[in-house]
Design a protein around this ligand. Structure first.
Ligand code: HEM
Length: 239
């Protein structure tokens, strides 16, 4: 067994690991046993807190991607958006843990949440804001180059702009996948036809699943389909 070396970093904690990772603070952020209305509160809090940390990282990486876009560096931006997509896939996967939280157990501590709602998630709000900025910055970059999303999609898949457009679509797709998984799990726990803690009808969350953060990239797909011979035949009649 290795003997641990003395801590050399400044700050609270008995080891350098604790001081650098700030584990004392981190591990004190969950309700203690005496405070919990039900033992499953720890599961609930850990899943949420982990999600907030991943959302924080996503926001950070998308912010850096935005800086690269402003500097006309689509390849560097694409790599960071790719990283954000992977993070969001992990958060989506982690939601699965809440399938271990059963309806009666959640009901036993739901009042502990007060009026707290996922709509107030700082990480989710930050992600929504930064994707709007990314959408604007990408459109601006295309305009400055005199190209449209359709021009990009008719070009080479190896083109950095093509790759970035596809990665932004992957991000949008992953947001929809998160929302689908979240809705599925939330209804598994609290059922259909009920109100959330923010008085939102739970089933209204389904509408958000089709919401798009990068609408012009989806419109380009529709336009390409409609412009094809088969697309012209199958165009929907206006309602
Ligand atoms: C027991 C599990 C969960 C239930 C029953 C649940 C329920 C709900 C409900 C009913 C809403 C609608 C707003 C409201 O009235 O509160 C909502 C929204 C939301 N929740 Fe959850 N939630 C759960 C887990 C999570 C987790 C783990 C996260 C991760 C941070 C999360 C993040 C969000 C976000 C970001 C929204 C806004 C949705 C959007 O914009 O699409 N929720 N949730």
């Amino acid at each position: 067994m290795s003997t641990s070396l003395p801590a050399v970093l400044p700050g609270p904690g008995s080891t350098d690991y604790a001081r650098y990772m700030r584990t004392d603070v981190l591990l004190s952020l969950q309700r203690g046993t005496a405070e919990r209305a039900h033992p499953d509160e720890l599961l609930f809090q850990v899943v949420h807190q982990c999600a907030e940390l991943w959302f924080k990282l996503i926001h950070h990486e998308l912010g850096r991607a935005l800086d690269h876009l402003a500097a006309d560096q689509p390849s560097a931006a694409e790599q960071l958006v790719q990283r954000a997509v992977r993070c969001l896939a992990l958060v989506t996967e982690q939601l699965h843990m809440l399938r271990h939280l059963h309806p009666a157990q959640f009901a036993a501590f739901r009042t502990e949440l007060g009026n707290g709602s996922g709509f107030e998630s700082p990480g989710w709000k930050g992600m929504r804001e930064i994707t709007t900025e990314l959408d604007i910055a990408f459109s601006r970059l295309l305009s400055s180059l005199g190209v449209t999303p359709i021009d990009v999609y008719c070009g080479q898949p190896s083109d950095p702009l093509f790759r970035l457009a596809e990665t932004l679509v992957s991000l949008d797709e992953q947001i929809a996948l998160w929302r689908t998984e979240h809705y599925t799990i939330a209804t598994r726990i609290i059922g259909h036809g009920v109100l959330g803690t923010r008085n939102t009808p739970i089933d209204s969350l389904t509408r958000l699943i089709t919401h798009r953060r990068f609408p012009t990239l989806w419109e380009a797909r529709t336009d390409l389909t409609e412009a094809s011979p088969r697309g012209r035949q199958s165009r929907q009649a206006p309602r």
